[in-house]
Design a protein around this ligand. Structure first.
Ligand code: PLP
Length: 382
């Protein structure tokens, strides 16, 4: 009998588990006739602010739009520089460029994949307006060091918390570690909508008011436009879905952490630790494993990915090309070799199946498939 496939992520598991409540929430919104913003979104914002510990939460249309709104709200625009990691999802840097500002890349810490504060410090100029610490894969950046550089040089900290709702730094949740923070509710994130959705958090009432105006064409009073804003609103149906799921997030995060710990053990059980480097979780922070990303020698990475695919095990490469080498950023003038840690990561990483409901036997299957790859290689080398 061939073993059952293991998906990279299982979105349907959450729907099936909460189906009656989710269906009822959607129908309730359909009955109100209020499709965009309104009381459902306001209720979600209040609940999400409480859950993240932020003073204010402003719902919006996606994580990408949350970044654009956050950067715009702190005044990022043409002539400004914003320091970002090159090893992240594209939107971190594209949001900066979309506002007419210049993304300035700073290399990552090869152990955590997150921004290296020393590299950030080296990129500060008198044009630096903000830094975007991306809490990649579910673990917070070195926030004390990054915040110190930002406050010494008087620029903003805009968190990209898209992958890390619930992650903590020294006991403090992300979303409250900078002046303003962007979250994504893309379906595979720690809290997932059934389409695109996002949120910006802040403790500043002024920034919250500006964010709320910016997402509706820059108007506080309808048809009177204070700012040149956007249409970046959150739909009521998405808010209703998110309200049903939000109370379950702590349990899902605990399940992700437990699954991460099981993988860590299984790497040893299957004697893969000489070949596969496990994620490094720093002692002073809580890693919530939106992704379980390992490193293998570059010479093996693509063949292992193919072997996993052939064995019906979900796998993905986050991310195969560093952002400073993307075609659309050629005008910035970067070259291969500019960010060695990020470039090495793009050649060595792979993400294994990770979702709250993943079982130990599914994870054992994943590691067994990795182990058969390695045994096959060792045999053919002998
Ligand atoms: C998912 C993600 C985004 C963008 O979120 P969308 O909701 O897909 O627009 C931004 N940054 C990071 C790091 C992400 O993982």
């Amino acid at each position: 009998m061939t073993p059952a496939p293991v998906p990279l992520c299982d979105i349907q598991a959450q729907y099936q588990a909460l189906r009656p409540e989710l269906d009822a929430a959607v129908l309730r919104v359909l009955g109100t006739g209020q499709a965009i913003l309104g009381p459902e979104v306001a209720a979600f914002e209040a609940e999400a602010a409480k859950a993240t510990g932020a003073g204010y939460a402003v719902g919006c249309s996606s994580g990408t739009d949350a970044l654009i709104l956050a950067l715009h709200a702190v005044g990022v625009g043409p002539g400004d520089e914003v320091i970002v990691p090159p090893f992240t999802f594209f939107a971190t840097a594209s949001a900066v460029a979309r506002l007419g500002a210049k993304p300035v890349f700073a290399d990552i810490d090869p152990l955590t994949f997150n921004l290296d504060p020393a590299q950030v410090a080296a990129k500060v100029t008198d044009k630096t307006r903000a830094v975007i610490p991306v809490h990649l894969f579910g673990q917070c950046c070195d926030m004390d060091a990054i915040r110190r550089i930002a406050s010494d040089n008087r620029f903003y900290v805009v968190e990209d918390a898209a992958q890390s709702m619930g992650a903590e730094y020294k006991g403090v949740p992300c979303g409250t570690l900078g002046e303003v923070s962007a979250f994504s509710f893309y379906p595979t994130k720690n809290l997932g909508a059934v389409g695109d959705a996002g949120m910006v958090t802040t403790d500043s009432p002024e920034l919250a008011a500006r964010l709320k105006a910016l997402r509706v064409h820059g108007s506080e009073v309808k048809y009177y436009h204070k700012h040149l804003g956007y249409n970046m609103r959150l739909d009521a149906i998405q808010a209703a879905i998110l309200r049903v799921k939000l109370p379950h997030v702590p349990r899902w995060l605990a399940q992700r952490e437990a699954a991460g710990a099981r993988y860590d053990k299984l790497v040893e059980t299957y004697q893969l630790h000489g070949f596969m480097r496990r994620p490094v979780a720093k002692a002073d922070r809580r890693h919530v494993f939106n992704q379980y990303v390992v490193r293998v020698p570059a010479a093996h990475r693509d063949a292992l990915v193919q072997h996993l695919k052939d064995s019906k095990v979900g796998v993905e490469i986050y991310y195969p090309l560093s952002l400073h080498l993307q075609e659309c950023f050629a005008y910035l003038g970067y070259r291969p070799g500019d960010f060695p840690a990020a470039e090495a990561a793009t050649r060595e990483v792979l993400a294994l199946p990770m979702f709250p409901e993943i079982t130990e036997s599914q994870q054992a299957r994943v590691m067994d498939v990795c182990a058969t790859y390695l045994r096959g290689r060792l045999r053919s080398a002998a």
